[in-house]
Write a protein that binds this ligand. Structure first.
Ligand SMILES: Nc1ncnc2c1ncn2[C@@H]1O[C@H](COP(=O)(O)OP(=O)(O)O)[C@@H](O)[C@H]1O
Ligand SMILES: [Mg+2]
Length: 290
């Protein structure tokens, strides 16, 4: 019997759907709360097999998920997604650089590592022509992502970060504001396949299109261009279970702005009727290495 562990720290629609699907398919599946796991150096010994052959990493916390994946991989387990994917996709700076390096159209992004250079950057921007977006390098659900449309706001943001004690307060990520319709595109790629895609329309009085911010998933006709770009973007971070997010620039067309490592698919499943959980479980089953 194939054994599967689903690691979670919050049970969302997705973790429940994955668990129910795996149970229906006859897998020996456990939901494991990653907040309760204790790993010891003894776990490196080969007779310690506390976890299953296949592990789906579904922790929301980037750092918890990532450190746990590193540990489990060193103990010889097969974790989906692997730590290399988590490292790139969980970090917007790395994602942007790696997309650009691989010639995937992506918004122009700017990074600085100290508030003085961030002020210099804001001073150099011509906001009438080219407003920018600020983003935390690590984060999701649209939290802390917002457009900066003038110097004044840009400077206040930097000042606010100077007050913060977070180790990330000196890491600044700005991006050109893409002139797009009030929507973006979520593509779910599992292994070599684009299994579902949807538009996400932002809700009223909201600029961000995240479903977590009230965005609504709607049908999109999948063109060859969309499919090719989603698969190409997925291939540069590594094969896995990924949410490739794109925006439609009014002049340049599709641009990939983010790749999600612990992809949410509730909106896409409900809008398309595609059983994304089923495809993920099939993929996980066939990716049993040990
Ligand atoms: N450069 C941009 N131009 C226009 N809209 C953007 C830009 N970057 C992000 N957005 C909007 O903000 C949302 C959240 O940004 P994103 O980079 O995906 O961060 P998160 O990981 O929090 O989802 C996007 O889904 C999109 O609606
Ligand atoms: Mg996003």
């Amino acid at each position: 019997m194939v054994k599967l562990d689903i690691l979670f720290d919050k049970l969302r629609f997705e973790e429940k759907a994955l668990y129910n699907t795996a149970t229906k398919k006859g897998l020996d599946v456990r939901l494991v709360d990653s907040r309760n796991i204790i790993i010891t150096t003894d776990d490196l010994k080969s007779d310690h097999r506390d976890f299953s052959d296949i592990i789906l990493q579904r922790s929301i916390s980037h750092f918890r998920g990532q450190f746990l994946t590193y540990s489990l991989e060193l103990c010889g387990y097969n974790v989906l997604n692997d730590s290399k994917i988590g490292e790139v996709c969980g970090n917007k700076l790395l994602t942007s650089l790696i997309l650009e390096k691989n010639n995937i159209p992506t918004p122009k992004s700017f990074f600085s590592f100290n508030s003085d250079s961030a002020f210099d950057f804001i001073d150099s921007v011509d906001f009438n022509k080219n407003p920018v977006v600020f983003k935390p390098v690590i984060g999701s659900w649209g939290r802390g992502v917002f457009p900066i449309r003038n110097k004044e706001t840009g400077k206040i943001i930097i000042e606010m970060r100077q007050e913060s004690t977070s180790p990330f307060s000196n890491i600044f990520y700005f991006q050109e504001l893409i002139h797009r319709p009030p929507r973006d595109i979520r593509c779910i790629v599992v292994g070599d396949h684009l299994v579902a895609a949807v538009y996400r329309y932002s809700s009223e009085d909201e600029w961000r299109t995240n479903v977590a911010k009230g965005g609504k998933a709607e049908f999109i006709k999948v063109t060859n261009e969309l499919e090719d770009l989603a698969l190409k973007a997925a291939s540069v971070v590594g094969k896995g279970i990924l949410g490739i997010d794109m925006m439609e620039d009014k002049d340049r067309g599709l641009m990939v702005h983010e790749i999600n490592n612990t992809v949410e698919f509730r909106g896409a499943s409900l809008a398309t009727g595609i059983d994304v959980a089923d495809m993920i479980i099939e993929y996980a089953k066939n990716n049993k290495k040990n």
